[in-house]
Design a protein around this ligand. Structure first.
Ligand SMILES: [Zn+2]
Ligand SMILES: [Zn+2]
Length: 231
């Protein structure tokens, strides 16, 4: 495994050389984080957390610490000049190291270590809890239909990344793969295939666009705030 190590003079390289490939979705990471600790936290409030095996609880806590640090790292990478986010990321990474009973590292080393830990998490044979609400039993994969006939009948299923029982966010109309339908039409075979990755088109223009408004997404009239309340 290749670990990205930053040279002392390469602060700006984080922006030009992505530390994560592909870049994780922060909304998905938040879903993962919440799902990781939900049951153990609920059991703690209910007063029967001891019902969980200590290893199960420790795994959940560690994964939650990992994911929150990765979210902080992504925020820091979005603005490499912001030392505050970088410091917060290092603190979050070192919180994970403490959970591993390891000594804290300096900021850059802690972030490099964090990315390596996240890659290992992705490659883990059991990345999800055994009671994952997505039904993967810990494997991180579930069989899902990926090809449908014209009438919507599924014709082929493949193991896909388990979404932990929560639907993924829908693709917006600017998705170059599916234009917001989340399915792509294969004219050769007369079938629909799943659009797996939201790929926004930077040149996409929403239509119709109200030319007189600064916010092209708004459909409210200019003087909406002057209207009398409906009561
Ligand atoms: Zn799962
Ligand atoms: Zn799409």
């Amino acid at each position: 495994m290749t670990q990205t190590l930053h040279t002392p003079t390469a602060d700006h390289t984080a922006a030009t050389h992505p530390a994560y490939d592909p870049t994780p979705s922060i909304p998905r990471l938040l879903t993962e984080l919440v799902q990781e600790e939900f049951w153990t936290r609920y059991a703690t409030i209910r007063g029967d957390a001891e019902a969980f095996h200590p290893d199960y609880a420790a795994d959940r806590k560690r994964t939650a610490l990992l994911l929150r640090a990765v979210i902080a790292d992504l925020a820091a990478l979005a603005n490499p000049a912001d030392a505050h986010h970088a410091a917060q990321t290092a603190a979050a990474a070192n919180a994970l190291r403490r959970a591993d009973c390891q000594m804290p590292l300096p900021a850059k080393a802690a972030r490099a270590w964090l990315r390596d830990q996240y890659q290992q998490h992705l490659e883990d044979e059991v990345p999800h809890p055994p009671n994952c609400p997505g039904g993967c039993q810990g494997s991180g994969f579930v069989a899902e239909a990926v090809i449908w006939q014209n009438d919507g009948t599924p014709v082929h299923a493949e193991p896909l990344t388990c979404l932990r029982g929560e639907e993924d966010d829908p693709h917006a109309p600017d998705c170059t793969g599916c234009h917001g339908t989340s399915k792509k039409y294969d004219a050769e075979f007369g079938e629909y295939t799943m659009c797996c990755t939201y790929a926004p088109d930077p040149a996409y223009e929403h239509t119709p666009t109200p030319a007189h408004r600064a916010d092209p997404w708004s459909t409210l009239p200019d003087d909406w705030y002057l209207d009398e309340p409906p009561f």
